[in-house]
Design a binder for this molecule. Structure first.
Ligand code: C2E
Ligand code: MG
Ligand code: MG
Ligand code: MG
Length: 285
């Protein structure tokens, strides 16, 4: 009994520590933008089987001055709880659009055809969001046909305003992808209310596709399903050539994952584009 009591006490203390730690991190997050601690990385989305770059996904990073890199899976939920996601989300949009516009002007047809940006459902539910997006498009000069907004299903997306924003954005010529498709975060029911352009098939199915029958069946089933709905499919989290070959033979045209490239800074994307352009001019000239 005494031991049990002691153990409970120990757990409480550990939980307090964790809560305090998380509260400190969340407080630090408030200054992260103004202190210039946030930056963007870009991960290629490629065509199968050529591995030609079709686009990039923009992935946010936070370099904490003492703790180093903090994963978005840690700080995005914090930002959503505090409401800071609205400012952070606009910062991401503005900077990603600025980058997209720069590549569009510098590289033309050799620029990544699509810049895909993660958007929180809380941003979508915010009344001025569509107007903010229009402002950013006008200010940065990026071509809206080059943008893709990635959303995941949450309780907020079940609400009217967020769904209305998705519809409005699509009417205005922006494309929308449903992220992590097939997980609890994004499911079939959303497609009934919320038409999108692209399904991003979650990496949990992709990693299972080459090893288990169930994984393979889901990956193959989803491609049939997306083509019936006239949606495009992107396979996420491709790490092995075996997975890539299976996806290609199942009919996937687009894929993303460490096999093709990790998230990298803008300058590294530019170096890769320069390389492709050089090769092209060599083979032509
Ligand atoms: P996501 O949108 O599904 O992004 C894909 C995640 O999978 C990224 O993790 C990426 O680095 C990782 N990934 C890519 N290829 C592979 C692979 O082959 N294997 C494995 N194991 N992982 C791979 P990351 O960058 O840590 O981001 C995690 C999540 O945080 C994102 O998932 C997204 O939901 C969220 N996030 C990131 N940036 C933003 C942002 O700017 N705004 C919002 N609202 N959410 C963001
Ligand atoms: Mg995403
Ligand atoms: Mg995803
Ligand atoms: Mg995700």
């Amino acid at each position: 009994k005494e031991l049990g009591g002691g153990r409970v006490h120990w757990f409480d203390a550990a939980m307090d520590d964790r809560a305090a730690d998380s509260a400190r991190l969340s407080a630090d997050l408030e200054q992260a933008l103004t202190h210039g601690e946030m930056f963007l990385l870009y991960q290629p989305i490629v065509e199968l089987p050529s591995h030609r770059r079709a686009g990039v996904e923009v992935l946010l990073r936070w370099r904490h001055p003492q703790r180093g890199l903090i994963a978005p899976d840690v700080f995005i939920p914090m930002a959503e709880r505090s409401g800071l996601i609205l400012d952070i989300g606009l910062w991401v949009l503005e900077n990603a659009c600025r980058q997209g516009a720069l590549w569009q002007h510098r590289y033309g047809d050799d620029a990544p055809a699509k810049v895909s940006i993660n958007v929180s459902a809380l941003q979508l539910a915010e009344p001025g969001f569509v107007a903010d997006v229009e402002d950013i498009l006008a200010r940065t000069g990026v071509d809206r046909s080059r943008l893709m907004l990635e959303i995941t299903e949450t309780a907020v997306l079940d609400s009217g305003p967020a769904l209305a924003a998705v519809r409005e954005l699509r009417q205005r010529g922006l494309r929308v992808a449903l992220d992590d498709f097939g997980t609890g975060q994004s499911s079939l029911s959303l497609l009934l209310d919320c038409p999108v352009d692209v399904l991003k098939v979650d990496k949990s199915f992709v990693s299972g596709s080459a090893v288990s029958n169930a994984g393979a069946a889901i990956v193959e089933g989803l491609i049939g399903f997306t083509s019936r709905l006239h949606l495009e499919a992107v396979a996420e989290g491709v790490e092995t050539t075996e997975q890539a070959e299976h996806l290609h033979s199942a009919g996937y045209r687009l894929a993303q994952g460490y096999l093709f490239g990790r998230p990298i800074p803008a300058e590294a994307v530019e170096a890769a584009i320069d390389e492709t352009v050089k090769k092209k001019s060599l083979s032509v000239g």
